[in-house]
Design a protein around this ligand. Sequence first.
Ligand code: UDP
Ligand code: MG
Length: 325
Amino acid sequence: SHRITQHFLESRPYPLLLSIVMPMFNEAPLTAILREELTRFLPEIKCPVEVVLVNDGSFDQSLFQLIEWARSDSRIHIVHLSRNFGHQAAATAGLEYATGEAVILMDADLQDPLPVLHQMIAKYCEGYDVVYGQRASRLGETVFKKISAWAFYRFFMKFIHRDIPVDTGDFRLLSRQCLAAMRRMGEVHRFLRGMVTWLGYPQTAVLYDRQARVAGETKYPLRKMIAFAWTAATSFSDLPLKGSLYLGMLGILLAMEESVRALINYALGYTISGWTSLIILNSLIGGAILFCLGIMGDYIGKIYVASKDRPIYLVAKSYHFPQRR
Ligand code: UDP
Ligand code: MG
């Protein structure tokens, strides 16, 4: 039932340069662990690697720790944003700064295990342009987060954008060709995984077990998750707008039924009765109108923000310290 564009896959050599992009916001508790793990892991990659760490306007000591790290390791690049722009914008900044032939976007908290990178690169070498990590399981997350994520991917995404693979976050490898294409998508309300699906190109998944955070805490509380889900819905689909149309049609049907009833009552001389239904219908229609106006208003608000055409992120400074001999 699922229709997938067929591509002729041509195998290709290992990338000349691999970029690893990590957006970071208030991750001071984990920078030391990240540094240790990456330093141990990177030599396993059989090509030069650059690590693009995007400091998304952290409030804590992250930036100073990262600069210290970059001073002693020329593979580390820091993109320091002027303030906190949010995960999707920070990821965009990192993807645009990365110069690798293949670029891997992942969280800094090591919930996405480093060895999965080998599988992703292998798929890249088979000829895939997008290799996304698909979660077979989630460890060390609350039951609530698991259930809400499960529901989000199943009902919501299937409904809104059915081509978006389930249980897939932003952890993925992208080829240069894909990145170039993505640069042409200047939208402000960014939902990266939806944008990547929209791109097309040969895409495939690697399954992995999502780990618990190594340190620090999640930056996605319930409030932000709901806001993110709403962005996903409204920046990728006009379904909520259509929903209000259907609601309006339901209202018209109800009104027709009530009119017939009122006319019959009038003909039979019961004109005084009908207060209850009048009040109910009135509030029903009023509520429906306000509801639909609210949804329209949300879209107009998005148009308003988009029409300002502001940059998605601002870089205060980037740091890279090539070693001198
Ligand atoms: N992040 C960011 N800017 C933000 C929020 C989060 O750059 O405003 C980063 C964060 O440091 C982490 C990644 O985005 O590297 C994913 O965030 P988190 O782990 O909190 O999300 P979760 O895995 O809990 O969904
Ligand atoms: Mg995380």
